[in-house]
Design a protein around this ligand. Structure first.
Ligand code: GLY
Length: 297
């Protein structure tokens, strides 16, 4: 059975390479998506996830992360987590709990500490310097600027689909603000009988359309991953414009149960993809008249 993996943004390229190596050797989808997220979480040069992530309005880095296993539909998620290395791995552990699978703030930190997860101050000098500069320019920046979630969906040779996501959330977010990323069906979804999906962009928009679940639902109804991702994004985009006159940026990746990918986006959106027999590639998705077109970088 063919393996495949897709990740959001240029920053996912290295993670997709790592995930592809794992999947090529017969590793499982969970291991692959977590390796992808960890790569982003540990890289201080990516300023929207993990180490060096975007501080909130008060200069503190709070992380959101999630994991979903498409074989069982079990998921785990953390929100507003401060002082830990890997929200995606903590989310992975939470999926095995009977209940209490989604923990926020100090409760998430207590769980992570009790389960021996590595603690780390994710505020870096560079991250703070960028934050300071942006703060001074705040009036001319939109809330979305510089905020991207790293997301991976993978399918392994056994047919299991998993999705994992990790982010420091919205630029200059308020203390306590949580976006779509750790919310099942919005920022992430996986069902090995259908495929998987994950979203990045303005969480406050993505949550209005439960984009990740919608993409999986559309695939289950027979749409190709490209059709499903497109329809999910553009249906919500049109509805929001109809109701409010505008729609902010959002992008969606998905993978069907065969390992074919789909992307829908209303902004320019790089992503990385690899599958059995195809080396990892960085591609660009761009909006064109209510559709998404893909081109090589
Ligand atoms: N999409 C991530 C967030 O809105 O926090």
């Amino acid at each position: 059975m063919k393996w495949a993996v897709i990740g959001t943004w240029k920053m996912a390229y290295d993670g997709v390479c790592k995930a592809a190596e794992i999947l090529e050797k017969g590793g499982i989808a969970a291991e692959a998506v977590l390796a992808g997220c960890s790569d982003g979480e540990d890289n201080p040069n990516y300023h929207s996830v993990g180490l060096g992530g975007r501080p909130d309005r008060n200069g503190r880095v709070f992380l959101d992360g999630a994991f979903m296993d498409g074989d069982t539909l079990r998921f785990g998620a953390v929100a507003g987590l401060e002082g830990f290395r890997s929200p995606s791995r903590i989310a992975y552990a939470l999926k095995d709990e009977d209940a209490n699978n989604f923990l926020a703030g100090p409760g998430a930190a207590i769980y992570a500490r009790a389960h021996g997860f590595e603690e780390r101050d994710n505020v870096t000098a560079e991250g703070l310097a960028i934050w300071q500069k942006e703060k001074d320019r705040l009036r001319s920046l939109s809330a979305y600027d510089g905020h991207d979630t790293i997301c991976f969906t993978a399918k392994d040779r056994h047919g299991t689909v998993c999705t994992a996501v990790s982010t420091s959330g919205l630029f200059m977010k308020e203390y306590g603000r949580v976006g779509d990323s750790p919310v099942a069906g919005c920022g992430f979804y996986a069902d090995s009988l259908i495929g998987g999906a994950a979203a990045t962009g303005m969480g406050e928009e993505i949550m209005k359309g439960s984009l990740s679940f919608l993409a999986c639902h559309l695939m289950e109804e027979g749409k190709s991953p490209m059709e499903a991702a497109n329809e999910a994004v553009w249906r919500l985009d049109r509805r929001l414009r109809q109701k409010t006159g505008s729609c902010r940026p959002m992008s969606l990746i998905c993978l069907d149960k065969e390992g074919n990918y789909g992307v829908g986006t209303n902004i320019l959106f790089p992503f990385a993809y690899a599958c059995e027999g195809q080396k990892p590639v960085l591609l660009i998705a761009e909006p064109a008249d209510g559709k998404t077109i893909i081109r090589n970088v």
